[in-house]
Design a protein around this ligand. Sequence first.
Ligand code: CDP
Length: 221
Amino acid sequence: MGSGSPLVTIDGPAGAGKSEAARALARRLLVRYVDSGSIYRAITLEALDRGFDLDDTQALQELAAELKIEVETDPAKPPLVKVNGTPVTTRLRSPRVDETVSLVAKVPGVRQAVTRLLWDLSQGAVVEGRDMGSVVFPGVRKKVFLDANFETRVERRSRQAGDWGSDSTEHIEEDLRTRDEIDQLRESAPLRIPQGALVIDSTRLSVGEVVDRIVLYLNSK
Ligand code: CDP
């Protein structure tokens, strides 16, 4: 493993509220914040821009290994992701990336490259994703799995869609269903509840309430 262990991992499916909660938690604790999904999205965007065949796992793996990806980890600053020096942040949430990111993220060689980057970035940080507590940082003491019912997750995504470039509710539903399935069924690091994780159902909780629960958990033995 790289330079050190994160403070806490937060995993869960799309729309469970991970990003908002993880960012707010990091701000409250004055630590760094790492959104691992944004790295998978950046690699996907680059593969699409270069016109890659997304079935070509060898090419995807080589691309992931060669790209220079930089991410802003200060939760008080706006999110920023750069690929080979070019900011791509505003393009990471396009429907095209939504539709294809899980296909890129299931390639083991891509996951290896991202995992290495995460090991370098995450010391003392709040890190969020799908396999943070189960595969990338299995030794971390504090792990959270954040979930919410499907309807709520779709509703949240629909509200966010306005900020990220509009998308219809039906399309969002389909996207979440497809990604849930690929993320849960893939062979390499599938989405699952890490052993010993605190499971929070955020269906009826605000971001502040989720953060409060995690802070209590972090302060417990
Ligand atoms: O924000 P949202 O939950 O929609 O997705 P994200 O966190 O940006 O992640 C996008 C996709 O990247 C997921 O659907 C997964 O396919 C993949 N991913 C992953 O495989 N492992 C991670 N640690 C994070 C994301």
